[in-house]
Design a protein around this ligand. Sequence first.
Ligand SMILES: CC(C)(COP(=O)(O)OP(=O)(O)OC[C@H]1O[C@@H](n2cnc3c(N)ncnc32)[C@H](O)[C@@H]1OP(=O)(O)O)[C@@H](O)C(=O)NCCC(=O)NCCS
Length: 149
Amino acid sequence: MDEAESDLEIRPIDELDLDGIIALDEKIGGQYRPDYWEGRIAYFLRRDPEASVLAEFNGEVVGFMLGEVRAGEFGLDEATGWIEVLGVDPDHRGKAIGRRLAERMLLHFSRREAKNVRTLVHQEREDLFSFFAALGFESDPLRPLIKGL
Ligand SMILES: CC(C)(COP(=O)(O)OP(=O)(O)OC[C@H]1O[C@@H](n2cnc3c(N)ncnc32)[C@H](O)[C@@H]1OP(=O)(O)O)[C@@H](O)C(=O)NCCC(=O)NCCS
């Protein structure tokens, strides 16, 4: 185990992590969105408290992944794990933090007897496609459709 790995903790998210996640999102996307994250974190903690995970390096939030297990949606009988949103600190990328967050979340999904894990990625996000491909994700026969209103 190298030094970075030994100082890195991957653990379930709790409400006290809100400020760290807001700050990391702002660092990644340039927008300060406290209300958005308060709502999202509350939602995921209520729905599936053990699923969403955080990476901490020397006490600082350097990554997070929110998701949950859902069943019965879109005519899918079986339980499916959904990865909803993720972010790794740009100063800490390429150190397998994203991979370790996903491994922890997928372990939880398996324990909850999900048969698959799904996510949605914008077609222009080559970085996210490459990340998920490296983790073994493939194209899904279930395809999203949209119509403007
Ligand atoms: C995608 C992201 C999560 C990757 O995090 P990371 O910790 O750097 O990824 P890892 O080091 O765990 O990489 C895992 C695998 O994915 C691949 N990968 C990761 N980022 C990649 C990229 N940008 N391009 C190509 N491959 C990539 C790695 O090569 C690695 O493959 P390997 O294990 O076969 O060597 C991170 O870049 C990120 O947070 N991007 C922004 C996400 C975002 O916009 N979120 C919305 C707002 S919060």
